[in-house]
Design a protein around this ligand. Structure first.
Ligand code: NJP
Length: 242
């Protein structure tokens, strides 16, 4: 593969950043979206320094208009969108009984509605082009519910269903891939608001994979010939339960 136009949400850190760096090395044209613009700009500068091609676009996936503008910026710059990586996510673990309802809303808004807005923005463009690929970054939590991950798991169950639905409805035009990581060492754990659960999750994350391991799975799915749809890849650390 080379020269594909790939838009990545949540590209300012972790898996999205690692995917951007890896895909840039194989000559893809990248559009990187997230809220922390200074981080995106730094990644773009580094990619350009090594001969790659990328632009940064301000993106809040909880805003339908922002997601639409992100996809339009991709087409405005490169003329098409070959791949959308719906990667942005938050994992605010806490017991349900804590009733952290604003955190529930945030997870639904980013992890589920953000993915839907991405599909809504990219799908018509990809159908018009008669080709496209939507990569959804889900989670092993779409199969493994534990105490404290109920709402996070619910959003990831939901996007797993969406990825499958995309596969069924995409016909010959649109490929759908679900990437389901286990524990990966990223900022995801730092953002947990519940202090004791953050501590526990971070302790578990010592056996976590580097983000580059998930980036390789994303790149593998994207690199397949047009008649191959890699429906799902589950990537777990060797020495962890997750
Ligand atoms: O986490 P992190 P990961 N609008 O925190 C962005 C899944 N996963 O790389 O806006 C736009 O480094 C945020 O950017 P910013 C996980 O569920 C992970 O691990 O600048 N973007 C940042 O770039 C998620 O779907 C593990 O703050 C928004 C990115 O999202 C995906 O992997 C395990 C945003 C998060 O990067 C990437 O997460 C697993 C918004 N409103 C699944 N809100 C794991 N790490 O162990 C956040 O099973 N972002």
């Amino acid at each position: 593969m080379s020269g594909k136009v790939i838009a990545i949400t949540g590209a300012s850190s972790g898996i999205g950043e690692a995917a951007a760096r890896l895909l840039a090395q194989s000559g893809e044209k990248l559009v990187l979206g997230a809220r922390r613009r200074e981080k995106l700009d730094a990644i773009v500068r580094e990619i350009e320094t090594t001969g790659g091609e990328a632009i940064a676009v301000d993106l809040d996936v909880t805003s339908r208009a922002s997601m639409a503008a992100f996809v339009e910026a991709t087409i405005g710059r490169f003329g098409r969108i070959d791949v959308l990586v719906n990667n942005a996510g938050v994992m605010l673990l806490a017991p349900l009984s804590d009733l952290r309802i604003e955190e529930w809303e945030q997870m639904v808004d980013v992890n589920l509605k953000g993915v839907l807005y991405g599909i809504g923005a990219a799908w018509p463009r990809m159908m018009a082009q008669e080709h496209g690929h939507i990569v959804t970054v889900g989670s092993v939590a779409s199969r493994q519910v534990i105490a404290t991950n109920g709402v996070y798991a619910a959003t990831k169950f939901a996007v797993r269903a969406l990825a499958d639905s995309l596969r069924l409805e995409g016909g010959a035009a649109i490929r759908s891939t679900l990437i389901s990581p286990g524990a990966v060492a990223t900022e995801l754990f730092d953002n947990i608001k519940h202090p004791m659960i953050q501590e526990r999750a971070k302790a578990r994350s010592t056996s976590a994979l580097p983000a580059a391991s998930i980036a390789r799975a994303i790149a593998f799915a994207i690199a397949q010939p047009d008649d191959v749809d890699v429906s799902e890849i589950i990537v777990r650390p060797m020495n962890g339960k997750y």
